[in-house]
Design a protein around this ligand. Structure first.
Ligand code: NCD
Length: 316
Protein backbone atom coordinates (compact mmCIF):
# COMPACT_ATOMS: atom_id res chain seq x y z
CA UNK A 1 0.00 0.00 0.00
CA UNK A 2 1.49 3.36 -0.98
CA UNK A 3 -1.27 5.75 0.07
CA UNK A 4 -4.52 5.42 2.01
CA UNK A 5 -6.96 7.74 0.28
CA UNK A 6 -10.35 6.03 0.33
CA UNK A 7 -11.98 2.84 1.57
CA UNK A 8 -13.68 2.54 -1.79
CA UNK A 9 -10.43 1.24 -3.30
CA UNK A 10 -9.63 -1.22 -0.48
CA UNK A 11 -10.05 -4.92 -1.17
CA UNK A 12 -11.45 -7.24 1.50
CA UNK A 13 -8.01 -8.76 2.05
CA UNK A 14 -6.32 -5.38 2.37
CA UNK A 15 -8.93 -4.20 4.86
CA UNK A 16 -8.65 -7.36 6.96
CA UNK A 17 -4.84 -7.21 6.89
CA UNK A 18 -5.00 -3.65 8.22
CA UNK A 19 -7.51 -4.58 10.94
CA UNK A 20 -5.36 -7.55 11.98
CA UNK A 21 -2.23 -5.39 12.22
CA UNK A 22 -4.31 -2.96 14.31
CA UNK A 23 -4.99 -5.89 16.69
CA UNK A 24 -1.22 -6.28 17.12
CA UNK A 25 -0.90 -2.54 17.70
CA UNK A 26 -3.70 -2.67 20.28
CA UNK A 27 -1.76 -5.34 22.14
CA UNK A 28 1.21 -2.94 22.26
CA UNK A 29 -1.08 -0.26 23.77
CA UNK A 30 -1.74 -2.57 26.71
CA UNK A 31 1.95 -2.83 27.61
CA UNK A 32 3.63 -0.55 30.09
CA UNK A 33 5.95 0.76 27.36
CA UNK A 34 3.57 1.60 24.50
CA UNK A 35 6.26 2.25 21.93
CA UNK A 36 7.70 0.34 18.95
CA UNK A 37 10.91 1.32 17.12
CA UNK A 38 9.38 0.59 13.69
CA UNK A 39 9.40 4.11 12.19
CA UNK A 40 12.55 5.43 13.86
CA UNK A 41 14.16 8.05 11.62
CA UNK A 42 10.97 8.63 9.59
CA UNK A 43 9.14 11.94 9.59
CA UNK A 44 5.35 12.17 9.60
CA UNK A 45 3.70 15.53 8.96
CA UNK A 46 0.15 16.12 10.14
CA UNK A 47 -1.21 18.65 7.66
CA UNK A 48 -4.54 19.95 8.94
CA UNK A 49 -6.41 22.55 6.92
CA UNK A 50 -9.60 21.94 8.92
CA UNK A 51 -10.33 21.74 12.64
CA UNK A 52 -9.94 18.43 14.41
CA UNK A 53 -9.51 17.11 17.93
CA UNK A 54 -9.61 13.31 17.87
CA UNK A 55 -8.20 12.63 14.45
CA UNK A 56 -5.21 14.95 14.82
CA UNK A 57 -4.13 13.82 18.28
CA UNK A 58 -4.80 10.21 17.33
CA UNK A 59 -2.46 10.39 14.31
CA UNK A 60 0.11 12.18 16.45
CA UNK A 61 -0.05 9.49 19.15
CA UNK A 62 0.09 6.74 16.50
CA UNK A 63 3.18 8.17 14.79
CA UNK A 64 4.94 8.77 18.12
CA UNK A 65 4.21 5.26 19.36
CA UNK A 66 5.93 3.98 16.21
CA UNK A 67 8.93 6.25 17.07
CA UNK A 68 8.52 8.54 14.05
CA UNK A 69 9.36 12.24 14.29
CA UNK A 70 6.11 14.20 14.09
CA UNK A 71 5.56 17.68 12.73
CA UNK A 72 2.14 19.21 13.32
CA UNK A 73 0.99 21.79 10.84
CA UNK A 74 -2.32 23.55 11.04
CA UNK A 75 -3.43 26.01 8.41
CA UNK A 76 -4.50 28.53 11.05
CA UNK A 77 -1.43 30.52 11.99
CA UNK A 78 0.56 29.30 8.95
CA UNK A 79 1.36 30.92 5.62
CA UNK A 80 -1.79 29.30 4.21
CA UNK A 81 -3.67 32.19 5.80
CA UNK A 82 -1.39 34.44 3.73
CA UNK A 83 -2.66 32.69 0.60
CA UNK A 84 0.04 30.06 0.10
CA UNK A 85 -1.12 27.30 -2.23
CA UNK A 86 -1.33 23.57 -1.53
CA UNK A 87 1.49 23.10 -4.05
CA UNK A 88 3.88 25.45 -2.25
CA UNK A 89 2.97 23.97 1.12
CA UNK A 90 3.62 20.49 -0.30
CA UNK A 91 7.00 21.54 -1.71
CA UNK A 92 7.98 22.84 1.72
CA UNK A 93 7.17 19.42 3.20
CA UNK A 94 9.17 17.73 0.47
CA UNK A 95 12.16 19.95 1.22
CA UNK A 96 11.90 18.93 4.88
CA UNK A 97 12.04 15.26 3.95
CA UNK A 98 8.57 14.16 5.00
CA UNK A 99 8.10 10.37 4.63
CA UNK A 100 4.42 10.44 5.44
CA UNK A 101 1.80 13.17 5.16
CA UNK A 102 -1.52 12.92 6.98
CA UNK A 103 -3.85 15.44 5.41
CA UNK A 104 -7.23 16.86 6.33
CA UNK A 105 -8.66 19.38 3.89
CA UNK A 106 -12.03 21.06 3.29
CA UNK A 107 -11.87 20.20 -0.43
CA UNK A 108 -12.82 16.71 -1.57
CA UNK A 109 -9.91 15.27 -3.54
CA UNK A 110 -7.06 17.30 -1.98
CA UNK A 111 -5.26 14.15 -0.65
CA UNK A 112 -5.49 12.55 -4.12
CA UNK A 113 -3.88 15.66 -5.61
CA UNK A 114 -1.05 15.45 -3.06
CA UNK A 115 -0.55 11.75 -3.75
CA UNK A 116 -0.54 12.00 -7.54
CA UNK A 117 0.83 15.47 -8.34
CA UNK A 118 4.50 14.55 -8.09
CA UNK A 119 5.04 17.47 -5.64
CA UNK A 120 6.00 15.07 -2.85
CA UNK A 121 7.36 11.54 -2.53
CA UNK A 122 5.69 10.90 0.82
CA UNK A 123 2.97 8.36 1.49
CA UNK A 124 -0.34 10.18 1.88
CA UNK A 125 -3.07 9.32 4.38
CA UNK A 126 -6.44 10.98 3.96
CA UNK A 127 -7.63 12.21 7.37
CA UNK A 128 -10.89 13.57 5.94
CA UNK A 129 -11.38 15.49 2.68
CA UNK A 130 -14.46 17.67 2.35
CA UNK A 131 -17.55 15.50 2.11
CA UNK A 132 -15.67 12.72 0.29
CA UNK A 133 -13.91 10.15 2.53
CA UNK A 134 -12.36 9.58 5.94
CA UNK A 135 -10.91 6.08 5.57
CA UNK A 136 -9.20 5.68 8.95
CA UNK A 137 -12.46 6.59 10.70
CA UNK A 138 -14.32 3.81 8.86
CA UNK A 139 -11.49 1.36 9.59
CA UNK A 140 -11.58 2.18 13.31
CA UNK A 141 -15.36 1.83 13.27
CA UNK A 142 -15.09 -1.61 11.63
CA UNK A 143 -12.34 -2.56 14.09
CA UNK A 144 -14.56 -1.52 17.01
CA UNK A 145 -17.52 -3.54 15.70
CA UNK A 146 -15.38 -6.62 15.09
CA UNK A 147 -13.86 -6.46 18.59
CA UNK A 148 -17.23 -6.00 20.32
CA UNK A 149 -18.74 -8.86 18.33
CA UNK A 150 -15.87 -11.36 18.33
CA UNK A 151 -13.46 -10.26 21.09
CA UNK A 152 -10.21 -12.19 21.05
CA UNK A 153 -11.43 -14.24 18.05
CA UNK A 154 -11.59 -11.14 15.79
CA UNK A 155 -8.45 -11.77 13.75
CA UNK A 156 -9.05 -12.66 10.13
CA UNK A 157 -12.79 -12.03 10.35
CA UNK A 158 -15.01 -9.74 8.32
CA UNK A 159 -18.45 -8.33 9.25
CA UNK A 160 -20.52 -10.78 7.25
CA UNK A 161 -24.24 -10.30 7.89
CA UNK A 162 -23.79 -7.61 10.57
CA UNK A 163 -26.76 -5.22 10.36
CA UNK A 164 -25.82 -1.55 10.64
CA UNK A 165 -28.08 1.51 10.58
CA UNK A 166 -26.30 4.83 9.87
CA UNK A 167 -28.42 7.83 10.82
CA UNK A 168 -28.40 11.55 10.13
CA UNK A 169 -26.45 14.00 8.03
CA UNK A 170 -25.37 11.55 5.32
CA UNK A 171 -25.16 14.33 2.72
CA UNK A 172 -22.20 16.08 4.36
CA UNK A 173 -20.61 13.03 5.94
CA UNK A 174 -17.30 11.66 4.74
CA UNK A 175 -17.58 9.22 7.66
CA UNK A 176 -20.78 7.77 6.16
CA UNK A 177 -19.24 7.47 2.69
CA UNK A 178 -16.12 5.69 3.93
CA UNK A 179 -18.23 3.42 6.11
CA UNK A 180 -20.68 2.47 3.36
CA UNK A 181 -17.88 1.27 1.05
CA UNK A 182 -15.85 -0.50 3.70
CA UNK A 183 -18.81 -2.16 5.42
CA UNK A 184 -20.08 -3.44 2.09
CA UNK A 185 -16.61 -4.84 1.27
CA UNK A 186 -16.63 -6.59 4.66
CA UNK A 187 -20.02 -8.19 4.00
CA UNK A 188 -22.20 -6.08 6.32
CA UNK A 189 -25.75 -5.04 5.59
CA UNK A 190 -26.09 -1.24 5.73
CA UNK A 191 -29.20 0.94 5.94
CA UNK A 192 -28.95 4.73 5.74
CA UNK A 193 -31.67 6.72 7.49
CA UNK A 194 -31.99 10.48 7.08
CA UNK A 195 -34.37 13.24 6.14
CA UNK A 196 -34.55 13.38 2.32
CA UNK A 197 -32.80 16.78 2.41
CA UNK A 198 -29.75 15.23 4.09
CA UNK A 199 -29.30 12.34 1.67
CA UNK A 200 -27.14 12.63 -1.45
CA UNK A 201 -29.06 13.57 -4.59
CA UNK A 202 -28.68 10.10 -6.11
CA UNK A 203 -27.65 7.40 -3.65
CA UNK A 204 -28.71 4.61 -6.04
CA UNK A 205 -25.09 3.63 -6.72
CA UNK A 206 -24.36 3.18 -3.03
CA UNK A 207 -24.29 -0.36 -1.66
CA UNK A 208 -26.86 0.44 1.05
CA UNK A 209 -30.59 0.50 1.66
CA UNK A 210 -32.20 3.91 2.15
CA UNK A 211 -34.88 4.65 4.74
CA UNK A 212 -36.68 7.74 5.98
CA UNK A 213 -38.26 6.32 9.13
CA UNK A 214 -35.86 5.88 12.05
CA UNK A 215 -38.30 3.91 14.21
CA UNK A 216 -38.94 1.45 11.38
CA UNK A 217 -35.19 1.01 10.84
CA UNK A 218 -34.56 0.40 14.54
CA UNK A 219 -37.53 -1.95 15.09
CA UNK A 220 -35.71 -5.11 13.89
CA UNK A 221 -32.98 -4.37 16.49
CA UNK A 222 -29.88 -3.86 14.32
CA UNK A 223 -26.46 -4.94 15.60
CA UNK A 224 -25.16 -1.38 15.30
CA UNK A 225 -26.69 2.09 15.18
CA UNK A 226 -24.23 4.77 14.09
CA UNK A 227 -25.32 8.35 14.72
CA UNK A 228 -23.74 11.13 12.64
CA UNK A 229 -23.11 14.70 13.66
CA UNK A 230 -25.34 17.37 12.17
CA UNK A 231 -22.62 19.29 10.29
CA UNK A 232 -23.97 22.79 10.70
CA UNK A 233 -20.73 24.33 9.36
CA UNK A 234 -21.39 22.73 5.96
CA UNK A 235 -25.05 23.77 5.82
CA UNK A 236 -25.57 26.97 3.90
CA UNK A 237 -29.32 26.54 3.69
CA UNK A 238 -32.11 25.19 5.92
CA UNK A 239 -32.07 21.38 5.74
CA UNK A 240 -34.61 20.77 8.52
CA UNK A 241 -37.12 22.97 10.38
CA UNK A 242 -35.34 23.31 13.74
CA UNK A 243 -33.25 21.33 16.18
CA UNK A 244 -36.20 20.18 18.30
CA UNK A 245 -37.86 18.76 15.20
CA UNK A 246 -34.60 17.11 14.16
CA UNK A 247 -34.01 15.34 17.45
CA UNK A 248 -37.63 14.23 17.70
CA UNK A 249 -37.59 12.69 14.22
CA UNK A 250 -33.96 11.68 13.63
CA UNK A 251 -32.29 11.67 17.03
CA UNK A 252 -31.40 8.75 19.26
CA UNK A 253 -33.39 10.17 22.15
CA UNK A 254 -34.14 8.42 25.46
CA UNK A 255 -37.33 6.74 24.23
CA UNK A 256 -35.68 5.26 21.13
CA UNK A 257 -32.62 4.24 23.08
CA UNK A 258 -34.78 2.46 25.69
CA UNK A 259 -36.46 0.40 22.96
CA UNK A 260 -33.12 -0.95 21.71
CA UNK A 261 -31.96 -4.28 23.10
CA UNK A 262 -28.81 -4.06 25.25
CA UNK A 263 -26.87 -5.89 22.52
CA UNK A 264 -27.19 -3.07 19.96
CA UNK A 265 -23.99 -1.04 19.78
CA UNK A 266 -24.36 2.74 19.75
CA UNK A 267 -21.61 4.47 17.75
CA UNK A 268 -20.72 8.10 17.01
CA UNK A 269 -17.50 9.37 15.38
CA UNK A 270 -17.47 12.55 17.49
CA UNK A 271 -17.71 15.41 18.00
CA UNK A 272 -21.23 14.81 19.37
CA UNK A 273 -24.03 17.34 19.54
CA UNK A 274 -25.53 15.98 22.75
CA UNK A 275 -29.28 16.45 22.81
CA UNK A 276 -29.46 16.91 19.04
CA UNK A 277 -28.56 13.69 17.21
CA UNK A 278 -27.84 11.71 20.37
CA UNK A 279 -29.10 11.92 23.96
CA UNK A 280 -26.60 11.86 26.82
CA UNK A 281 -28.09 8.61 28.16
CA UNK A 282 -27.35 6.77 24.91
CA UNK A 283 -23.91 8.37 24.50
CA UNK A 284 -22.78 7.45 28.02
CA UNK A 285 -24.36 3.99 28.22
CA UNK A 286 -22.39 0.72 28.28
CA UNK A 287 -23.76 0.11 24.76
CA UNK A 288 -21.97 3.22 23.53
CA UNK A 289 -18.59 2.62 21.86
CA UNK A 290 -17.67 6.31 21.64
CA UNK A 291 -14.61 6.10 23.88
CA UNK A 292 -13.55 2.71 22.48
CA UNK A 293 -13.68 4.26 19.00
CA UNK A 294 -11.19 6.91 20.12
CA UNK A 295 -8.84 4.37 21.73
CA UNK A 296 -9.08 2.05 18.72
CA UNK A 297 -8.33 4.97 16.42
CA UNK A 298 -4.74 5.04 17.65
CA UNK A 299 -4.24 1.31 16.93
CA UNK A 300 -5.80 1.57 13.47
CA UNK A 301 -3.70 4.64 12.56
CA UNK A 302 -0.56 2.89 13.80
CA UNK A 303 -1.43 0.02 11.46
CA UNK A 304 -1.97 2.40 8.54
CA UNK A 305 1.30 4.29 9.11
CA UNK A 306 3.13 1.01 9.55
CA UNK A 307 1.79 -0.38 6.26
CA UNK A 308 2.61 2.81 4.37
CA UNK A 309 5.94 3.79 5.86
CA UNK A 310 7.86 0.77 7.13
CA UNK A 311 10.40 -0.43 4.58
CA UNK A 312 11.68 1.71 1.76
CA UNK A 313 9.34 4.13 0.01
CA UNK A 314 8.32 2.83 -3.37
CA UNK A 315 8.05 -0.80 -2.24
CA UNK A 316 4.74 -2.54 -2.89
C1 NCD B 1 -15.66 13.45 11.72
C2 NCD B 1 -15.03 14.28 10.64
O1 NCD B 1 -14.29 15.22 10.91
O2 NCD B 1 -15.28 13.93 9.51
N1 NCD B 1 -15.06 13.49 12.95
C3 NCD B 1 -13.97 12.72 13.20
O3 NCD B 1 -13.04 12.64 12.41
N2 NCD B 1 -13.97 12.01 14.34
C4 NCD B 1 -17.10 13.61 11.79
C5 NCD B 1 -17.66 14.97 12.08
O4 NCD B 1 -16.97 15.98 12.10
O5 NCD B 1 -18.87 15.00 12.29
Amino acid sequence: MRHLLATRDLSRDEAIELLDIAEDMAAVQEREVKKLPTLRGKTVVNLFFEDSTRTRISFEAAAKRLSADVINFSAKGSSVSKGESLKDTAQTLQAMGADGVVVRHPSSGAPLVLATSGWIDAGVVNAGDGTHEHPTQALLDAFTMRRRLHGAASRGRDLDGVRIVIVGDILHSRVARSNVWLLDTLGADVTLVAPPTLLPVDPSGWPARIGYDLDAALAPAPDVVMMLRVQAERMHAAFFPNSREYSRTWGLDDARFDRLPPTTMVMHPGPMNRGLEIAARAADSPQSTVREQVANGVSVRMAALYLLLSGERGDA
